[in-house]
Design a protein around this ligand. Sequence first.
Ligand code: MG
Length: 384
Amino acid sequence: MPTHTITHVTLHSVALPYVEPLRTSFGVEADKAAVLVELTLDHNVTGWGECAVEIRPGYGAETVFTALHMLNNFLIPKLVGQPLTSPQDAAALLRSVREHHHTKSGLEAAVWDAWAKAEGKRLTDLFAEHVTPPAESRGCARVGVSIGIQPTLEATLGIIRKRLEQGYNRIKLKIAPGWDVALARAVRAEYPEIDLMLDANSAYTLADAAHLRQLDDYRLMMIEQPLGYNDIYEHAALQAQLRTPICLDESVKSVSDLHLALELDACRILNLKPPRVGGFTASLAIYEVCVREGVPLWIGGLLETGVGRAANLAFAALPGVTLPCDISATDRYFAPDIVEPPFTINADSTITVPDGSGIGVEVQPDRLEAAKAHWRSIVPYVEA
Ligand code: MG
């Protein structure tokens, strides 16, 4: 069994302007921020990972500043110099630090990428070797697109048309109270056959059950995370009143959360975001439960730069990921991204895993410097 040692880690705080500002139930955001982890294995192989943290707390509690603090003071010191016999050893070494899943995920992802590069293989193939029983990567992932809350129904219908023309054949719409039933009705009237789902990002309460039940009329693939971001029990109570399957996102942060949610029938579909559960080692454990229990599974995104997007794509190409994933083409979010080549969508609504070893994309030094400068330029307004 090969042994590797992490010799050095460099952190890069970056920000990239979105192609168009994104509006969700959290508000409007103009820029994507992240901490990129550049990790050296055995003095010669470099891996990259992305801490999918935010400018301010939103989807999760972690921000760029909390990530830097945890990485520099607690997480990186646990890894550097330690002999590793598997990338999964990194997750084990980080386990004594509780929470901080998004931050740990970025650090662990850099280990996975470096490990795959050291072995001269694609990250997707390394993941496939580490599931039980071992699987074979499909080499591509089925994908859909997520559309934020728009000012009007007409604007939403126009964007759906544009995305369908671009090749996406699963449409996810963000919803919030006041922007839900009429939206579903209008979209179904215009597009009776498309694969359609809604994502509420915890914008409702159980008192809205009767209102949400109206959505059963619109043949939705699922409604994602309608209730509290930490809740499982009330989702079970809501599912008992809905025909539309509930998909959990925010509430499943560990394999034990998933066991509980399945036991209570609170989660008929899982949106797995590797950062939310602490990284790819935990994601593989959750993947195995979904395959064993027959739970439909897809990989969600946190609007990652190309570094995080590439790692998510590598995971999404595993055969047990059965539903279209939220991994869009690069030009949906950034122009340009910080990596090459960009991700593009194929005519059959898939994205192909790049051929190169590891994550298969290269960070462009000039764009990295520009993204670091952009982060420094927005820090004063973040701290204001
Ligand atoms: Mg979601």
